[in-house]
Design a protein around this ligand. Structure first.
Ligand code: THU
Length: 147
């Protein structure tokens, strides 16, 4: 199944996909992942914020407490006063698309179920949307009517 698409709109006002991926690479370099050895970086483009917001996975000796880069990014967004993520770049193993886990898909869908997602793929990039990866998030009644 090809979950990437060539027809995802990427507005000119946004940093380019490569710029957002570069930001995610910088975020990945800050990862705290001594247990898995699998650093992940995320760069979130948030409505009303000039600069992409960087976040990474943060692990813990009590393994289950570890948090993924994508959820860290959403938490950082709220703490900084953002509400609506427009796009995210996620970088794990170089050149391999690092698709968000199910928990992160649900967590991000809270704030924008249609957000754009960009990944490294080989020497280039691949794009999709959260709605493509996770078409039926759990939403409360009030969230459904707000959309
Ligand atoms: N991880 C992320 O941060 N994002 C993903 O999309 C997949 C997995 C983290 C969790 C854990 O710290 C490490 O990668 C290995 O699973």
């Amino acid at each position: 199944m090809n979950i990437f698409r060539d027809d995802v709109q990427w507005p000119e006002t946004w940093p380019t996909r490569e710029e957002l991926l570069d930001a995610a690479r910088r975020a990945r370099a800050r990862s705290y992942s001594p247990y898995s050895g699998f650093p992940v970086g995320a760069a979130l483009l948030v409505e009303g914020m000039e600069e992409p917001l960087l976040a990474c996975n943060v692990e813990n000796g009590s393994y289950g407490l570890s948090i993924c880069a994508e959820r860290s990014a959403a938490v950082a967004m709220i703490a900084r006063g953002g509400r609506r993520p427009l796009a995210v770049a996620i970088v794990g193993e170089p050149g391999e698309p690092c698709l968000p886990c199910g928990a992160c898909r649900q967590f991000l869908a809270e704030f924008n179920p249609g957000m754009v997602m960009v990944f490294e793929k080989g020497d280039g990039h691949a794009t999709t949307t959260l709605a493509d990866l996770f078409p039926a998030p759990f939403l409360l009644e009030e969230q459904k009517t707000a959309e």
